[in-house]
Design a protein around this ligand. Structure first.
Ligand SMILES: Cc1cc2nc3c(=O)[nH]c(=O)nc-3n(C[C@H](O)[C@H](O)[C@H](O)COP(=O)(O)OP(=O)(O)OC[C@H]3O[C@@H](n4cnc5c(N)ncnc54)[C@H](O)[C@@H]3O)c2cc1C
Ligand SMILES: *[C@@H]1O[C@H](CO)[C@@H](O)[C@H](O)[C@H]1NC(C)=O
Ligand SMILES: *[C@@H]1O[C@H](CO)[C@@H](O)[C@H](O)[C@H]1NC(C)=O
Ligand SMILES: *[C@@H]1O[C@H](CO)[C@@H](O)[C@H](O)[C@H]1NC(C)=O
Ligand SMILES: *[C@@H]1O[C@H](CO)[C@@H](O)[C@H](O)[C@H]1NC(C)=O
Ligand SMILES: *[C@@H]1O[C@H](CO)[C@@H](O)[C@H](O)[C@H]1NC(C)=O
Ligand SMILES: *[C@@H]1O[C@H](CO)[C@@H](O)[C@H](O)[C@H]1NC(C)=O
Ligand SMILES: *[C@@H]1O[C@H](CO)[C@@H](O)[C@H](O)[C@H]1NC(C)=O
Ligand SMILES: *[C@@H]1O[C@H](CO)[C@@H](O)[C@H](O)[C@H]1NC(C)=O
Ligand SMILES: *[C@@H]1O[C@H](CO)[C@@H](O)[C@H](O)[C@H]1NC(C)=O
Ligand SMILES: *[C@@H]1O[C@H](CO)[C@@H](O)[C@H](O)[C@H]1NC(C)=O
Length: 627
């Protein structure tokens, strides 16, 4: 018995967490190295001490460029040396298009050509994918020339002051300790896709995790109750890179739909939905172990046997709030093929479009689709739908829904869609059952990489399943979406159901609203978030008025914190639900310094960014709120 036990322990070590770390995860900052260098010393919990602060332990605002407390150039240079030269002075990549020291015609031409392709921002140390979140401080000038664009129109003010190009655990530990000890705002940028501004911050020190690449397949891995396929994945890995790593492995991994989005950054920490949400659960539900540098600067492993508070919090409790992830062990699944039924119809007012159906039939068809949608979940699929203003003068409404059904053949998904098509015919939509497409499951998204991303705001809602099952609620839900679209806005819904059962009843901090939903609804403000602040605010207020119907028909529900309005009222309830209290306790214990601050992150209500124009951007000082 005892002998078997020992063998078991040995076997576990062979495949266990530490045994399979990436080589760059073994380069650490040691206690010896920090001796006599207080600015890079480790932090002590629970006695937070800010050594560089001026007499008080915590100042009113984080240290900002130009402050007396801001480290001198020689301190930054010294810090850079400790980092082995990995420190970057960050500036907007668009500055090359402005008259002044940075101007470079060839580089500017390259920027113009690639700016709308998210690969460009992802490969930049600091640029966010949606520039409004940093305050549009260096907008792309019109193609006609740079004559009126002096260097003062490009300030890069919303950007971090410095970026650490992290390629080892030691780089991260140094950045965490330095920012904590100097009381400088710390941020983490992976790909910069975050819609709420969580990966930018004026005058901050940024940890750039983009180059922490690595993928190691673990065909038979066991930890806690889990036994099966898994992979260790570096935190810089993007969706398309994981897909590529899977070629030839006969395995499937839950990754974001956007090809350049990171899977091991915001995605798994905030929830993470995919084509396989109704089958395998969310990104948060895939994570078995996490390697992370915490706010005290220590590198730890979070798994079923260690640091269970963080195992709970980091899987769904919000990105960037708990530490800097270097890699995770992620579940892998058997190769999962998918067949897709593309349902399409259009509607228009009389005389506006002869090929479209009457609007009454159009909206009755959408109601019929919504009523059907829980069945998509029950077969493990998702319904990826859009309602858009299109055609000449935008006077045609189009509805598109892709029913993406795992483990179904083309024939099976066609038979599955038949009852829905029949209902659509019944309400006056004369459409035929479309021919589905098939995907073998090997690297779904290996088409062109680089999502095109806009610069506008949006708001979302996780509609409970009962909104589609109860006839009255179905009516009011359809009406709320109808009114919103009539306001001139576009709608995107994803029908999926990552229930507790599908997820395997994990003890994680995923927003409880996810467990009850049958549609993640995205409401878009189609106009770009640019121009004078007062105009932006007026546009936003109109948009929120039209969006309010979504909340009114789903009281107590919530939204997906990674795809949401940063100014969502009552965000603690909406983004975290009943988990908030437990998360806040863990946050205060693990990060008494308030080092990892994110807008709408757990504990973020103690601080605010003083941004110009009252806009919720990251272009300003981060200060404590008193009272
Ligand atoms: C085009 C596009 C497609 C998308 N598709 C999907 C989708 O299919 N499913 C879905 O669920 N979401 C999707 N999203 C939303 C996406 O999940 C979020 O934007 C998410 O925050 C992106 O994470 P990131 O690490 O790539 O980006 P970043 O903006 O770099 O980081 C986002 C957050 O994660 C934190 N973070 C990043 N790296 C680390 C790390 N190593 N350790 C600790 N914290 C870290 C940052 O501090 C920040 O708070 C999409 C977004 C876009 C723009
Ligand atoms: C500490 O410095 C900040 C500015 O960084 C200043 O606002 C504050 O008043 C100072 N506090 C003391 C006690 O000197
Ligand atoms: C700073 O915090 C430590 C530990 O909480 C405390 O002992 C010390 O008195 C504090 N100092 C000041 C100046 O507030
Ligand atoms: C850090 O050091 C490297 C190599 O010495 C240098 O190339 C880089 O410019 C330095 N960074 C800063 C911000 O000075
Ligand atoms: C842009 O400005 C630079 C000087 O900073 C100048 O050399 C260049 O000709 C200008 N380009 C255009 C198109 O105006
Ligand atoms: C613009 O750049 C020039 C150097 O090319 C510099 O002298 C000037 O101060 C800059 N102006 C502003 C407003 O930054
Ligand atoms: C970041 O570091 C990697 C590895 O050292 C290097 O290849 C890359 O050029 C660096 N990126 C920048 C923008 O400095
Ligand atoms: C009419 O509707 C169809 C969709 O049915 C759309 O493709 C087309 O662009 C619309 N035509 C006009 C003139 O708006
Ligand atoms: C149609 O709406 C889009 C926004 O969704 C807008 O950009 C475009 O200008 C509109 N087109 C017309 C012809 O009104
Ligand atoms: C439905 O459309 C087909 C062509 O797609 C047409 O032949 C048929 O007459 C239409 N039926 C009705 C009731 O409009
Ligand atoms: C985006 O840029 C990448 C890298 O340059 C390129 O491979 C890709 O084809 C581009 N994608 C699109 C949609 O243009």
């Amino acid at each position: 018995m005892k002998f078997l036990y020992v063998i078991n322990i040995l076997l576990r070590c062979l495949v266990s967490v530490h045994c399979v770390n990436f080589p760059w995860e073994s380069v650490h900052l040691t206690d010896n190295e920090v001796q006599g260098h207080p600015e890079i010393a480790f932090g002590n919990r629970p006695t937070p001490l800010m050594i560089f602060s001026n007499g008080t332990n915590t100042t009113t605002c984080k240290t900002y460029p130009g402050d007396i407390n801001w480290p001198s150039l020689s301190i930054w240079n010294e810090f850079n040396k400790t980092l082995g030269g990995a420190l970057i002075k960050s500036i907007s990549p668009v500055s090359v298009c402005y008259r002044g020291v940075d101007y470079n015609a060839a580089k500017c031409a390259y920027v113009r050509e690639n700016y709308a392709n998210s690969t460009f921002e992802t490969d930049d140390p600091a640029a966010p994918v949606a520039p409004w979140v940093e305050g549009n401080t260096c907008p792309l000038p019109p193609a006609s020339g740079n004559a009126s664009y002096t260097n003062s129109s490009c300030t890069s003010a919303g950007y971090p002051a410095y970026v650490v190009n992290a390629t080892t655990v030691k780089h991260i530990q140094l950045a965490v300790n330095f920012a904590r000890n100097t009381d400088i705002r710390l941020i983490i940028k992976n790909t910069g896709h975050d819609f709420l501004g969580k990966s930018v911050g004026a005058g901050s020190l940024s940890i750039w995790s983009h180059n922490l690449k690595g993928f190691k397949y673990l065909p038979s891995f066991s930890i806690g109750d889990y036994q099966g396929r898994a992979a260790r994945v570096g935190s810089g890995m993007q969706s398309y890179e994981i897909q590529r790593s899977l070629i030839g492995l006969d395995a499937t991994i839950v990754v974001p739909g956007g090809t350049t989005v990171g899977a091991i950054g915001g995605f798994f920490q905030g929830g993470g939905h995919s084509t396989l949400t109704s089958l395998y659960g969310l990104g948060s539900d895939q994570v078995l172990a996490i390697n992370v540098v915490t706010a005290d600067g220590r590198f730890i492993t979070v798994d079923p046997d260690n640091n269970d508070d963080l195992l709970y919090a980091m899987r769904g409790g919000g990105p960037g709030t708990w530490g800097v992830v270097t890699s995770v062990i992620y579940k892998a699944h058997e190769l999962t093929p998918i067949s897709t039924s593309p349902i399409r119809f259009a509607g228009a007012a009389p005389g506006k479009n002869n090929t479209a159906f009457p609007l009454e039939a159009f909206w009755a068809g959408i109601r019929a689709y919504f009523k059907f949608s829980p069945q998509i979940c029950d077969r493990g699929g998702i319904g990826y739908n859009f309602i858009k203003h299109e055609g000449t003068n935008n006077d045609t409404l189009t509805f598109t829904a892709d029913l993406r059904m795992p483990f179904m053949s083309v024939k099976e998904v066609r038979a599955f869609a038949a009852p829905l098509i029949k209902e659509l015919n019944k309400v006056g939509l004369n459409i035929t059952n479309p021919v589905p497409t098939h995907d073998t499951g090997i690297a779904f998204t290996l088409g062109s990489i680089g999502d095109k991303v806009g610069n506008s705001r949006f708001a979302t809602r996780l509609f409970p399943r009962k909104n589609f099952e109860d006839e009255d609620k179905l009516d009011s839900t359809t009406r709320a979406i109808h009114s919103f679209v009539d306001g001139g806005y576009n709608f995107h819904g994803i029908n999926y159901c990552p229930t507790e059962e599908v997820a395997g009843y994990p003890d994680n901090a995923v927003n409880p609203a996810f467990r009850k939903t049958a549609m993640h609804a995205e409401a878009f403000d189609t106009s770009p978030a640019i121009g004078p602040a007062a105009e932006q605010i007026a546009r936003y207020q109109r948009f929120r008025k039209y969006f309010q119907g979504f909340i009114d028909v789903s009281p107590g529900a919530g939204c997906y914190l990674n795809e949401a309005d940063v100014a969502e009222p009552n965000w603690q309830q909406a983004f975290y639900g009943d988990n908030y209290k437990r998360l806040l306790r863990i946050k205060k214990d693990r990060d008494p310094w308030g080092l990892f601050w994110m807008p709408t992150g757990v504990g973020s209500e103690d601080w605010e960014v003083k941004a110009p124009g009252g806009l919720p951007t990251q272009n300003g000082r981060l200060c404590k709120i008193f009272g």
